[in-house]
Design a binder for this molecule. Structure first.
Ligand SMILES: Nc1ncnc2c1ncn2[C@@H]1O[C@H](COP(=O)(O)OP(=O)(O)OP(=O)(O)O)[C@@H](O)[C@H]1O
Ligand SMILES: [Mg+2]
Length: 371
């Protein structure tokens, strides 16, 4: 079993509070991601769960037991860091065995555990090599093996892949997911890579300045961001934020902006208008992801929620599977995304489809989502 409760946890260094009351209930077997910009407190939180940092306030519980005052060794957790810190003079087998030996695990039992770990991580043929004879990815796998050997209730990862090159990162990401599927060990995983967050997490905690901005499934965080920060942080290229004025239209609401070809009037579908009728005449921020602005031929979604308007595409960027379209609304750059076969040439004016069923609306003052 390995449930983990983080209950109103705070961290102060002198007078500065770097974690401001964090609440996360991690269920047994869950894979939780902590994601956010540099300095937001991800590593600090992980170190407090591990017992490497004291907890200023609040409580950490593992399987319902308060662990605040327990040392790292007595918390039934294992942590994998960005720098894997293997012992250079020991071979892989010894690296994995060392911690077990220190805890007085008998030799036969150690052998059994090493064999199981090596099989799970498919590195049986590497056991006699030293770290210097391994690639970065293999070293990372050994570091994971060392953590797995402890059979912990909870796994903690702090940016374990950030020292690897792009291709290897993607491979190891899939391996970690596969490993979690097989072992089912409760995991808290820190990254500032939003793709890693989306692909690995059962749930994602998006953090900023020592606070959780949103805690939800990857799809919730992506489709229904709590505020403009979350919306802008998850997804690449980032969501477009378009300043609009709200106009009443029958019993509906239309968001009006100025595109580079003239006025752009976007009628919002009913399910995206909750509470907006009281804001007619006000300015709002309309959030639309690049994939919701496409060349007309690509448009999906219910037809009535797709609004077509002509815009001048100033620049295109082919990425392979699709092409990015750059143009301006209100003098600010907006990015669309379309299949290469529908991509216009630069400077071409063409009908673009705005899928408004996926639009989100933010308050320009508080940056909270309104609809
Ligand atoms: N020992 C310390 N004394 C004072 N402030 C500290 C100390 N350790 C960390 N901090 C501050 O706490 C904040 C959170 O740091 P932390 O290392 O948790 O960030 P992070 O989210 O892991 O960032 P990164 O993505 O860069 O690793 C930072 O502002 C940092 O400067
Ligand atoms: Mg960190």
């Amino acid at each position: 079993m390995g449930s983990l409760t983080i209950d109103n946890v705070r961290k102060r260094y002198g007078r500065t509070e770097v974690l401001k009351g964090i609440d996360i209930d991690v269920t047994d077997g869950e894979f939780i991601i902590l994601v956010g910009p540099s300095g937001c407190g991800k590593s600090t939180l992980l170190s407090m769960i591990a017992g490497l940092e004291t907890i200023s306030d609040g409580e950490v519980r593992i399987d319902g037991q308060r662990v605040n005052d327990r040392g790292p060794k007595d918390r039934d957790i294992a942590m994998v860091f960005q720098s894997y810190a293997l012992y250079p003079n020991m071979n892989v087998r010894q690296n994995i065995e060392f911690g077990l030996e220190m805890r007085g695990v008998a030799k036969d039992e150690r052998r059994r555990i090493v064999e199981r770990v090596a099989e799970t991580l498919q590195m049986g043929d590497l056991l006699e090599r030293r770290p210097g004879q391994l690639s970065g990815g293999q070293r990372q796998r050994v570091a994971m093996g060392r953590a797995m050997a402890r059979e912990p209730a909870v796994f903690l990862f702090d940016e374990p892949l950030s020292n690897l090159d792009a291709k290897l990162r993607v491979e190891m990401r899939t391996e970690i997911k596969e490993l979690h599927r097989r072992t089912g060990t409760t995991t808290v995983y820190v990254t500032h890579d939003q793709i890693e967050a989306m692909t690995l997490g059962d749930r994602i905690a998006v953090m900023k300045d020592g606070e959780i901005q949103q805690l939800g499934t990857p799809q919730e965080v992506y489709d229904e961001p709590a505020n403009r920060f979350v919306a802008g942080f998850m997804g690449s290229p980032s969501m477009n934020f378009i300043k609009c004025r709200l106009e009443g239209a029958g019993d509906g609401v239309t968001a009006v902006a100025e595109a580079n070809t003239g006025p752009l009037r976007l009628p919002l579908p009913a399910e995206r208008c909750n509470g907006l009728t009281g804001r007619i005449g006000d300015e709002i921020i309309l959030g639309l992801r690049p994939e919701q602005i496409t060349a007309q031929g690509d448009a999906d979604g219910a037809k009535e929620d797709v609004h077509v308007a002509s815009c001048e595409v100033e620049l295109t960027e082919p990425t392979g599977p699709d092409t990015l379209l750059f143009f301006h609304i209100n003098g600010e750059r907006v990015v669309g995304r379309t299949r290469p076969e529908h991509a216009p040439g630069p400077g071409e004016t063409l009908p673009l489809a705005f899928n408004l069923s996926r639009a989100v609306v933010f308050c320009p003052n508080t940056a909270e989502r309104l609809a």
